[in-house]
Design a protein around this ligand. Sequence first.
Ligand SMILES: [Cu+2]
Length: 497
Amino acid sequence: MKRSMMVWGISAVVYLGVVMIGYSVYSNNTNNSNGSMNMPGMEHSSMNMSHESVTELKSSLGKNEMTFPKVLKPDFEDSNSISYTIRAQQGTFAIFDGMKTQTFGYNGDFLGPVIKLKKGMEVSFHLVNDLKENTTFHWHGLEVPGDVDGGPDKVLKPSESKTIKFTVKQDAATLWFHPHPMHETAEQVYKGLAGMIYIDDTNSEELSIPKMYGVDDLPIILQDKTFTADKQLDYGKAMNEDGTTGDTLLINGVVDPKLTIDRKKVRLRILNGSNMRTYKLHFDNYMEFQQISSDGGFLNKPNTTKEIEIAPSERVEVIADLTKVNGNQVTLINEGNTKVLPIHLNESHDHSQQTIETNTLNDLALTDEIKNKEVTKTIKLAGMGNGVSINGKKFDENRIDFTQKQNETEVWEIENVKDSMGGMNHPFHIHGTQFQVISIDGVAPPENLSGLKDTISLKPGQKANIAVRFSEKGIYMFHCHILEHEDNGMMGQIKVD
Ligand SMILES: [Cu+2]
């Protein structure tokens, strides 16, 4: 107890120092940024950085052509079933020219392949742990029974394997998978354990949107890392109790990325796979683009915007019309002026693309009956560093915090409790469900948050009511998706029966 108090004290001093440095970095950025980018309802979340020590991100030098993860080959496939083998392994990967970085990956050295699923399919995953440490396989956003969801109680020891089965019952969506072992999630994700899952259905196949993988339908996995002088990922050294950030952005594991592409409409499926950093993206020419989906699938109609904020673990799909770009280059920017992805446009137009404007993507509805339901579950997110908690408690694998009936919709009230230092953003995630936001601080959510979500990022003092329904049974985690907060016990369990 004494030791932890001392660590606490030292941490507090370090935090104050870092906060002051962080704030001055923030101020410099603001001075350089374009003052016309004041989007309605989008104040700078970085102002709430009283606890945060977010390392400033370096601009991409645009040296390396983007690559896209391989699409995983099934072991078996027929019209209504599919099976895959997914292997967690360690390896080395040449992120930097001529240097080998020690990494983790799924079915490869770094990151993972894209797993393609279809609604209605019976799925079999053979899971193998080839790491030298325990891990779990968690399907983020997938509505599956609790016993195959890969929470911290579903550990596979080194060289263990098992096969899980489930049926895909949800609509088309961009999901992802990553490990979830207690106290080790942040480090394993940081070292490279993350991959994407695409679910398709008849709706997604019929919509006139770009859907050629790697050609005009592009996965974009954003992760920031700190590399040592010899280009290694030293998690212990980089680790921050309030979320590890780095100065180096990787997209799909590529450092200093650039994208060379034909001048056409492209669909970017953006995953924030970072431990804690929230991205706020826009194009350097401030052109509009269309958000077509959020975490759990398509919005009802495209949301036209110039800027998009993506918290840890969130996914957004956007369509950018590159035929509207003047000149041969446009750059994706984070916050003020950090170059995330320079895009070079080939001279030739691609006339093969038949994408037409589409206005109806989905038919999600929140009935008045649901909107008017009483709040039956209250979640209070609080604290910082090692002191994080949910409803004043830390995770206990032997404690079930809530129960809920299968297929019954309940209204959860999620509050990010402001503390004396102001607090920090917490991206709140629930396993095994896609929920809908009813209100944020009593007001209906903006368009970009009106679709299916599995994570909602709340600023200090914010309160959201969400409609939560589980289509399967089992025990599911709910937690903060700042991975170090999760590892520090900012997590609870709900039993659905
Ligand atoms: Cu948190």
